[in-house]
Design a protein around this ligand. Sequence first.
Ligand code: AMP
Ligand code: MG
Length: 402
Amino acid sequence: MIAVSDAFALTQQHLLTLPTETIPLSDAQGRVLRQSVRADRDFPPFHRVAMDGIAIRFADYVAGQRTFPIVGTQFAGQPQQTLAETGACLEVMTGAMLPLGTDTVVRYEDVQTANKQATVIIDELEEGQHVHHQATDRRAGDELMPVGTQLGPAEIAVAVSVGQVTVSISALPRVALISTGDELVGIADTPLPYQIRQSNTFMLQAALRSLGIAATVHHIRDDKALLREQLAKLLTTNNVLILSGGVSAGKADFVPGILMELGVEQHFHKIDQRPGKPLWFGTRVADGEPQRTVFGLPGNPVSTVLCGYRYVIPYLRASLGLPAPPARFAQLAAPVTFRPPLTYFLPVRLVSEPDGRTVAHPLPGSGSADFANLLDADAFMELPADRSEFGAGDAFRVWPTR
Ligand code: AMP
Ligand code: MG
């Protein structure tokens, strides 16, 4: 048995090395950059008019002038015009280049126009107002997005604006999700009195979609020969196998033994935690094939969810090159007692209070098989192994499951 932090560190020491691929930006939503994206031009690329109105020379206004003859119009999408006449103005539209010879924009709301003349009707004017000056946001050549950025809507908009037609991103791992157990039947089956429907693999499949991974789902009975044959096959075509069930101390828990027969080296089996104590983790590093990684998750659904969010998803995120998300903390809403010398992952519902605190309401449920409880919970709170009393208001790390 090892501690939670040691188990986590071991998983992170055996990350996958995934190839880089180049794909059209239009297909890259949710993917992780393997290149940095730089500004091809200044942001904004020219002195950009930020309001519809007129462009003047501020010096004319300072000299006391209030009425300006309108000598033309500068639209967005036109080459830059020049205001040659002193004491005149050009009408300008949002998104246009600021005309040469002007430096300040006055909004239509702040002028009166009549007879091709605009009169400024406000008293306060600032030099350079309503102009978004060239390079105020970023300079040409600046790094806009570093390696490891996940491409969401904002990142895609920025990448488009610099003409990034294709992007180099991390290839996705091939992942197989495998439930084991003679008691499990499929979603469309009617379970006999001693059977239940398999749900863990579908929970994991849904969770992995958030990383863009389309994992395949399999089921294998508690039969050594079948397990050996089918796991061997799945190991040839997948980077990662995530098993559910068959790693505890039961007479039909064959998974660790079979994995070792198939050349998968065990890095740990069993963690000082509840739920999810029997978690198994190993890798196969063989000549001529990329690394294979195997997680053997205990079958109890709450254990599977916890191990998925605490170990498996962080492992896949790190393998894709994503930085660890910032740690989140919350305060216990009520005292909790937990005596075993194990890290206790307590299901909680997080509530954001008006004073800015995040409060965690304990939902202990009836143990690791009570997965209906997870419908009410949205995180696990990690209560350390070296304490047994946890007071209301005490703050601990939380691992969101939504
Ligand atoms: P095991 O880890 O194989 O000893 O299974 C522990 C418990 O989890 C048993 O009650 C199993 O029936 C249940 N279980 C195992 N796999 C699944 C699954 N895919 N979906 C729902 N429950 C499961
Ligand atoms: Mg089982």
